[in-house]
Design a binder for this molecule. Structure first.
Ligand SMILES: [Zn+2]
Length: 267
């Protein structure tokens, strides 16, 4: 398999290219492109999270423990209903760091075998969807940029692992025993694969719902100023119409509008 340095070098290089393309071809801010390039580099390390006892594993866990709390701190504070004063934020960040650095690596060491489901296409998609969901931005294009960066980095790792499992020394390339263990769709054990696919299915559902592709429109749209304005301007005429006209009207509405509680309070 490729070494830690080779993985980081390769995914980092891809990240630089990705960042440059994002700025000069797609008009993203240079700072956004820099973060994207960095995330591509980190994505290239993620699959080796499954070997937390080795030096690369420790390095990756330290880095993950430092980066993840910064991204998630807003969600955690909101979810736990904590105040946002400096000390609470600092203590929460520290707590998250230790939980990931030591708790997380201990858990992974108990549960995972190297080159298990962490080295797989489903794991790559899970990482991409997690980035999309948790990246703190309201702009769809920025979320997609970051999620794409992690995907590229992650894929580069799997790709490099496969390249290294081909022996190029002889006249005919020989496949080593490890061939096919990185770029795979399922592992040798049922449990981890089933867990990975269950998680992938759940994450995909949440992601598609968040993007407004399936289910009711995302909450963000409902709370946005423009959304409120159109709703408000549509609502008043509804209240003034006669009760005979209502059944016909409501039949033509989408299920989301039908469950809109305030509209029925005046009846
Ligand atoms: Zn690997």
């Amino acid at each position: 398999m490729a070494s830690f340095k080779e993985h980081v070098g390769f995914s980092g290089l891809l990240g630089v290219g990705y960042g440059l393309a994002a700025t000069f071809m797609f008009g993203f801010q240079p700072t956004q492109a820099a973060v994207a390039g960095y995330l591509a580099g980190v994505g290239g390390m993620l699959p080796d999270l499954d070997s937390p006892t080795g030096k690369p594993g420790q390095e990756i866990f330290s880095l993950t423990a430092a980066v993840v709390p910064l991204v998630l701190i807003g969600y955690v504070l909101k979810w736990a209903g904590l105040p946002t004063d400096t000390e609470t934020v600092m203590l929460t960040l520290l707590l998250m760091y230790f939980a990931i650095r030591y708790g997380g690596s201990w858990l992974v060491a108990q549960l995972c075998i190297h080159r298990g489901m962490f080295h797989s296409i489903p794991a790559m998609l899970i990482a991409a969807e997690a980035t999309y969901l948790f990246y703190p931005s309201d702009e769809l294009s920025v979320k997609l940029l970051m999620s794409g960066a992690v995907t590229i980095g992650f894929f580069s790792h799997l790709f490099l692992d496969e390249i290294y499992s081909v022996g190029w020394s002889g006249p005919i390339p020989k496949l080593k025993k490890s061939f096919g263990t990185a770029l795979k769709l399922y592992g040798t054990k049922f449990g981890p694969a089933a867990f990975a696919y269950a998680l992938l299915a759940f994450m995909t559902f949440v992601t598609l719902e968040d993007a407004g592709i399936i289910g009711p429109p995302e909450p963000r749209q409902a709370t946005s100023p423009s959304g409120d304005e159109t709703e408000d301007s549509e609502n008043p005429p509804d209240f003034q119409q006669s009760s005979e006209a209502l059944p016909l009207q409501s039949a033509s509405r989408t299920p989301d509008e039908l469950t809109d509680a305030p509209r029925f309070q005046t009846q």
